[in-house]
Design a protein around this ligand. Structure first.
Ligand SMILES: [Zn+2]
Length: 382
């Protein structure tokens, strides 16, 4: 099976390379906005035609020739995606990009042979910790210390400059992997909890890390500091950068933590079942103020991580119905207890069979049963 994998490295450009990166980001944005306006006036056109027009635009604005041309074409294709998403009602009408949007550009990989030797305009060398990028040449990278080689064919590279003033490159690779289908022997139900982040039907609970609380405290302090500073002053900008750094740390930490959880779950089980929960439904009642750190995208990230890992490890993943009341049904006798809509009840004795249930473990057991039903129906259909 062919899969795509992205490798994100920290990038260390020298001063000259930095200038060229900023220029390329600026030019890509210019091209995007130019053709957005162009199509507003002249109607929607195929990206292919706009790429032809780009040649003339480059003659008109000579500075566009200084940057990597595939980055400019990528902008046109991104714009086409934007319009396609708009017409398919997946997103709103494409908007003009400003300096405050994500600062990045994408460049595609071109390869060929020269004097019987293969070459490519993007190459990652993990031994010397360098990446070769079009126009920029060799740039130092950091990341993936445990690898000495990237498997597969490089498709493109996205160079970005974050609000923390750090640079990154994300290399997209197409990889052909052999997936051995396993014969499943174990199944686990996963409840994406309220008090804990994840609760499995084996009774394992993954909490919300204390580290995050520490970062959140720091964030609050910095925000107070920012409000005291004079807007636009040197210290104001300094604090702002500090805030961006903490945000980046939280994002990073969470990413690694969720990845570890997903790895552990997928490695230990063959069939994994989760709910297809809509986060906004769970958090409708904001007054009950659940653990704030949960209210973000952690759920959907974890689900897609599990789904992806199951796919590449030949395991089975089921998402069960959103409206199945997994937490209200006793996993032992099947009695539906609507009192349990009250989310503050963490443990209870079932009024029918008397068994003592932990709210989240009970829910994950119900999810496991639903998954089992689904699995055997699916199997018998084949
Ligand atoms: Zn019961």
């Amino acid at each position: 099976m062919e899969i795509y994998r992205a490798y994100k490295f920290r990038l260390y450009p020298n001063e000259e390379q930095k200038i060229l990166i900023h220029k390329t980001i600026g030019c890509s944005r210019f091209v995007y906005n130019y053709y957005l306006n162009y199509q507003k006036e002249k109607g929607i056109q195929k990206a292919f035609n706009l790429c032809k027009d780009l040649k003339e635009l480059e003659n008109q604005y000579e500075y566009l020739k200084e940057v990597e041309s595939s980055a400019l074409r990528s902008s046109i294709f991104d714009l086409e995606d934007g319009f396609n998403n708009f017409f398919a009602k997946r997103s709103g009408y494409p908007r003009f990009k400003s300096k405050f949007n994500r600062q990045s550009y994408r460049t595609s990989c071109v390869r060929g042979t020269y004097k019987e030797k293969e070459y490519s305009n993007i190459e990652v060398d993990l031994l010397t910790r360098n990446i070769k990028l079009p126009k920029l040449g060799k740039v130092k990278i950091r990341g993936f210390r445990n690898k000495d080689k990237i498997e597969g064919k490089i498709v493109n590279a996205t160079i970005s400059r974050e609000s923390t003033n750090k640079y990154y490159v994300s290399v997209l690779v197409e990889e052909d992997i052999l997936i051995e289908k396993i014969i499943p022997t174990t199944i686990v139900g996963i409840d994406l909890g309220i008090k804990d982040l994840v609760v499995t039907s084996d009774g394992i609970k993954y909490g919300n890390e204390k580290v995050l609380t520490k970062y959140e405290k720091r964030l609050k302090r910095l925000q107070r500091e920012l409000s005291r500073r004079e807007k636009g002053s040197k210290n104001y900008l300094k604090t702002k950068e500090k805030i961006a750094r903490v945000h980046a740390k939280i994002k990073n930490y969470r990413k690694h933590y969720l990845n570890d959880i997903a790895n552990e779950i997928v490695d230990e089980h063959d069939i994994i079942v989760t709910e297809d929960l809509k986060v906004q439904d769970m958090f409708k009642d904001k007054k009950k103020a659940f653990n704030k750190s949960l209210s973000d995208a952690a759920f959907s990230t974890l689900r897609s991580l599990i789904e992806w890992k199951c796919k590449i490890k030949g395991k089975i993943y089921y998402k069960i119905n959103t409206y199945y009341p997994s937490s209200q049904i006793c996993s032992h006798c099947g009695y539906k207890n609507s009192k349990l809509k009250d989310l503050s009840i963490r443990e209870y004795d079932c009024p029918k069979c008397g068994i003592h249930n932990d709210r989240d473990i009970n829910a994950s057991l119900n999810i496991l049963f639903e998954g089992l039903k689904l699995h055997y129906n699916l199997v018998s259909l084949v």
